[in-house]
Design a binder for this molecule. Sequence first.
Ligand SMILES: Cc1cc2nc3c(=O)[nH]c(=O)nc-3n(C[C@H](O)[C@H](O)[C@H](O)COP(=O)(O)OP(=O)(O)OC[C@H]3O[C@@H](n4cnc5c(N)ncnc54)[C@H](O)[C@@H]3O)c2cc1C
Length: 530
Amino acid sequence: MQSKTSNFDVIVVGGGSNSLTAAAFLAKIGKKVLVLEKNAECGGGVVSMSPAPGFINDPHAVAMVTAVANPVIANDELELQSKFGLEWVWADTPFSTVFDDGTGLQTHHDLDRSCESIARFSHKDAETYRKFVTECREFLPLLLKGFYTPPLPFGGFIALLEQSAKGRRLVTAMLESCADAVEMFESPELKMHILKWAGELMVHPETKGTGIVPYLLMGMSHDFRMGAVVGGTGNLARALERCVLHHGGEIRVNSEVVKIDISGGRATGVTLKSGEKLQARDAVVANIHPWDLKEFLGDGIDSELAAVARKVKLSSHGAINQQIALSEPPIWKAGAEYAPSMLVECMQRDMNGMRQKFDEYKYGRMTRDHLSPLIAVQSNHDKTRAPAGMATLYLYHFAPLELEKGGLQGWDGIKEEVGGWVFDEMCKYTTNIDRSKILGWHIETPLDHHRHSKMMRNGDIFGIGTFTSQFFGRRPIPELAQYKVPGLDGFYLAGPTQHPGGTVTLGGRATAMKMMMDWKTDLRSAFKVI
Ligand SMILES: Cc1cc2nc3c(=O)[nH]c(=O)nc-3n(C[C@H](O)[C@H](O)[C@H](O)COP(=O)(O)OP(=O)(O)OC[C@H]3O[C@@H](n4cnc5c(N)ncnc54)[C@H](O)[C@@H]3O)c2cc1C
């Protein structure tokens, strides 16, 4: 798609789900918007691919909770669902664990059913879980209120929470770890089920400051249905693109931006890798990793501030992810009730083994011990994904970002071997799958993620770690948390390294909101929920 003019109100660097969301809101209020994407298609972590003819798999994001709680989806603020073709399949059972002895545990959207599943291991835990979820649901509105808007400064946020007993309990949870939080339960199986899921935050669950995750996870799982996009995750990006185009915006792919042009303390446009320069009248919005701010902004950012941003920490682990076309869907040894689950975790029934696996990643080790693959069979929920009787397989496993031997680059040499281990491990939990059922196989490692999106730095699927020091009004650092670089006008940040962070959050909504606040534009012209 070629740009028709060289003058735009707003240039958006990056066509990921966050920046497309920002672009869509800005186009909706009448700004002439241009989106520039490095890759051949927009989406970033919101894309689909085909490992074999007739199959639609998702190489990155597959199941979404944080996106569906955003008013963009919950209130259809951008008309993605009512006008631009976005459709969802909703999970009654978002997450299950199957153990190697054929037992299992399920989190259903329905609390009673979840408690029944837990009671198979511990009646006491079933009751504790019920009380815990009730508490999570009380916390959730507090947490979500500021999740899709510019964040409160961290100190103010904590001060606000400290004023009520409920808020103080939340602060305690924020300072503790996930592992501390699950100590309320007695059964190792329930603890493992929650901890492994909480590990999806890509932070070691024993890290202090992660204790809020189980509250968010469980509160959201029972209050919102986990969703997957009909026809593939990439259709979310297509709907956002349609919205941008409908409101007069333009999108150019294969257009990598290498520099933000600055004049008189103001962002005036961008320079592409091709050397082409494009101007923006009002603002530039950019996905720029905190480590790269100096490279893109030059004198536009204070050197000391850029040095602080360069010290932002990456997540504890990344992922090796496989897209496989199968001749038939997996049948779980644990029972037929696991097939409708959107995500299925395969795990040895060994708490210390699970904990040690998380430890391995910090030493850069990827061994065959205690593998625990996470699986999604989207074709079980969405018949458009695979030919009749066949199945898509999303096969995901945590992995170190930097290997002890070979660093990040070392992944190319071992990707097939490690991918094979994970596949073979998963087969043990099924009655019918082995390598003869594979019709197409595509593997992506942290190195591939790094190559795919500049925001997935060193394979960090969330850009940077979600530690308390880099969360809420401190993401990525307090000085940059309001989507702006101090001293630089007309420039805004978007992406997973900004609040609310990683996962598909459609958090570009908050960037657009901040811009409109600066422009003193009536927020009601764009947002249904303020
Ligand atoms: C393997 C994997 C599994 C995941 N699973 C889930 C899941 O199940 N659920 C979930 O919610 N989330 C999941 N995620 C995370 C989710 O995909 C990301 O958090 C999300 O995509 C971040 O969106 P974004 O738009 O901020 O950044 P990205 O998706 O990284 O998009 C950024 C875009 O900007 C472009 N770009 C960057 N710099 C430039 C430049 N200079 N010039 C032009 N273009 C540029 C990139 O090419 C990219 O297209 C997963 C991610 C991975 C990798």
